[in-house]
Design a binder for this molecule. Structure first.
Ligand code: ZN
Ligand code: ZN
Length: 678
């Protein structure tokens, strides 16, 4: 099996986006390839990284001018150029990761890695793998990128290629393939924006990263423009979303307010204009989506190049301040969108929406070349002889599709579509790398009438009505990826929260394996009927007394069991660390689930099913209540030691070393990588 290692770093937003998108493209065109994404800074410089990040955030917020100096100083730091003592720790981690993954090709999306490689393999011909450097800057390029040799340098356009060549990089190693945006940009949308006409509709996408205090006023100004239909994304800022929700009610259909979204490519491709900060990835995504851009924020020293790029390429304009932004939007759309058409024509010429797929193909080709001369002994020695174990762990096949054994399942999982911490793709990778066979994602789904008044503080903790369609779409897409990559089934579900004033009037009900949304306003019996009509299972969640960090108890279903036992398919016999003996005493069909909200919750009760790995067999097995068992899924910390659940990403097996090192990249939304949200 071919192995590809992608190295990234969490500084700025371009590097992670590039790494994530190349990974996605590789999985798409060659699912059998083993792809590892690693951020070596996170492990070896965990503390410094955290400190440096804070300093960075502080500097950007309070003294933008300072940051320009800091960024330029990177060029002069001696330890970045000689791979010397300052980077020693980082180098050791790199050796560990190389031993564990044995890559055919390494893709670097951050300049320093080239320097590290050069220090490890003085003569770069002795490297047992190929090195492809994906330059995430455009035009103004930090020289650290090209001071060390690389087999290939991928850049976003011809002009950037020229810059590298002028700096002395060999001509044929520089390839202008485009910036690696998500491969989803290569799939045209069902409803592209129609040519602008007086009175609209003009679809404007407003990506809020910063300036949150003034966001409300900025929205009002944009909606003063006749015909504007505004979609606003606020990322993880649940409180801001709640604040803006009042405005959403005032503006009705013209304002769509989204929290975290996994649909940024689709949103951009169906918009006339995007308003956002001049992040490296954001600008490149606007180009890929052929969506003209109004830049409303520029971080000095880091993003000026991107902002200039927007104006030089003639694909939009920089407009700081909310008045200026609204004025520019009017200007772009005036005269049947005369200016807009000019921008759009330029974008048609520049756009390379399939760049990540082309880069992925290049990486695979380069990997083939490495195979012709593999000499594993040329890897530098590991620091402490445990190489074989980690390498074996890394070489373990991920797919267990054909294993004749019980299926490890978890049917109660929350993501950041409600109050969970991880995104849907992160949940899939989290469970997939741990060898799960079937999971069901069940975000909170609440009757809006119950959220009025006292309970309105719960709004950020429930799936939003505007995103229910997206929720089904994204889980469907991730389910296909999970099956390809991990042989893991991912089912779509919802947790219907029917909370009353007391525990005896409150019930939580899981709908497992749903095909489409069900109104949250229905009563419990109607909800169960709709779940069954779709072929789903109705499961009573935490139906009995329990010990919980903060959730209220929910006893309604249990108190009315004569009515619900006949219609409910299974009852949670265990929820996270709680066991419900009464469910067992009544001999009811049962499931054991994590009620997963964050990584440490994985160490909890789980269901084991002895059946075929397909949704129909799994549902039948649960309903018949035959060959169902539960297991307490724990990690390997000794009893009496520190609470193992303290360490969020600790793995449950002796592979912990390899897993800790090669933690898969937490998937972040490009445009939400904030610089001032510390
Ligand atoms: Zn619940
Ligand atoms: Zn729950």
């Amino acid at each position: 099996m071919k192995s590809i290692l992608i190295l990234t770093a969490g500084f700025g937003d371009g590097h992670n986006a590039a790494a994530r998108n190349i990974c996605e493209a590789l999985e798409k065109i060659s699912p059998e390839v083993e792809v590892t994404v690693a951020d070596l800074f996170e492990r070896s410089y965990g503390r410094l990284n955290g400190w440096a990040r804070k300093a960075y955030l502080g500097v950007v917020r309070y003294a933008p001018g300072l940051w320009a100096g800091v960024f330029k100083a990177v060029d002069r730091l001696p330890w970045l150029t000689d791979g010397g003592a300052g980077l020693g720790r980082l180098q050791r981690v790199l050796v560990d990761v190389l031993h564990a993954t044995r890559p055919d090709c390494v893709v670097s999306t951050y300049p320093t890695y080239g320097q590290l490689m050069q220090a490890l393999f003085r003569d770069h011909c002795e490297r047992p793998f190929r090195l492809v450097t994906v330059v995430t800057d455009a035009r103004s390029i930090n020289s650290v990128w090209h001071r060390a040799p690389s087999d290939r340098f991928v850049v976003c356009d011809e002009d950037t290629a020229a810059v590298l060549r002028r700096a002395g990089v060999e001509k044929e190693t520089v390839l202008p393939l485009g910036f690696p945006v998500s491969p989803r940009f290569a799939e045209p949308p069902a409803d592209p924006p129609p040519p602008p006409r007086a009175g609209g509709p003009f679809r404007v996408l407003y990506v809020i990263n910063t300036g949150k205090k003034k966001a409300g006023k900025a929205i009002d100004r944009l909606l003063d423009i006749p015909g504007v239909e505004l979609t606003v994304t606020v990322g993880r800022h649940a409180e801001l979303k709640e604040k803006l929700a009042k405005r959403a009610r005032k503006h009705g259909d013209r304002l769509r307010l989204l929290g975290w979204t996994n649909q940024m490519p689709e949103l951009m491709m169906r918009s006339h204009l995007v308003i956002g900060k001049a992040g490296g990835a954001a600008v490149q995504e606007a180009i890929a989506a052929r969506c003209p851009m109004i830049v409303n924020q520029v971080i000095p020293g880091q993003e000026e190049g991107n902002a200039r790029l927007v104006e030089e390429l003639g694909i939009g304009v920089v407009a700081e301040g909310k008045k200026e932004v609204a004025r520019r939007v009017r200007e772009a759309l005036a005269d049947d969108g005369k200016l807009w058409h000019q921008w759009r024509a330029r974008l048609e010429e520049l756009s390379a929406p399939d760049a990540s797929l082309r880069i992925a193909r290049l990486v695979l080709e380069e990997g083939d070349r490495a195979n012709q001369c593999v000499r594993p002994e040329t890897l530098p020695a590991r620091r402490n002889g445990n190489g074989a174990g980690a390498a074996a762990a890394a070489a373990k096949p991920l797919s267990r599709r054909h294993a004749p054994r019980a299926l490890l399942c978890d049917f109660h999982i929350h993501t950041n579509y409600s109050d969970g911490r991880l995104t849907v793709p992160e949940v899939v990778d989290f469970y997939g790398t741990r060898g799960f066979d079937c999971i069901c994602i069940t975000d909170h789904w609440t009757d809006p009438r119950r959220l009025i008044g006292q309970l309105s503080r719960l709004t950020p903790f429930t799936l939003s009505y505007d995103q229910i369609e997206e929720y089904f779409e994204v889980i469907g897409r991730e389910a296909r990826r999970a099956w390809r990559r991990y042989g893991m089934l991912v089912l779509t579900g919802l947790e219907f929260n029917k909370d009353g004033p007391t525990r005896k009037s409150s019930a939580h009900l899981l709908g497992v394996d749903l095909k489409e949304p069900i109104s949250p306003r229905l009563d419990l019996l109607d909800t169960i009927e709709r779940i069954h009509a779709q072929g789903g299972l109705a499961v009573a969640s935490h139906p009995h007394l329990m010990k919980s960090e903060w959730a209220k108890e929910t006893l309604y279903l249990w108190e009315h069991q004569e009515r619900f036992i006949p219609v409910i398919d299974a009852w949670e016999i265990a929820n996270r660390n709680n066991l419900f003996a009464p469910v067992s005493l009544k001999r009811l069909p049962f499931l054991a689930n994590s009620d997963f909200h964050k990584p440490k919750h994985v160490y909890s009760w789980k269901t084991l099913l002895h059946c075929e790995k397909d949704p129909a067999s799994i549902k039948e097995c649960i309903c018949r209540n035959e060959r169902v068992s539960i297991t307490l899924y724990r990690d390997h910390h000794p009893a009496g030691g520190a609470d193992p659940t303290d360490s969020e990403w600790a793995a449950p097996s002796p592979d912990w070393e390899a897993e800790g090192l090669i933690k898969r990249l937490p998937i972040a939304q490009h445009s939400e990588v904030t610089t001032v949200a510390g």
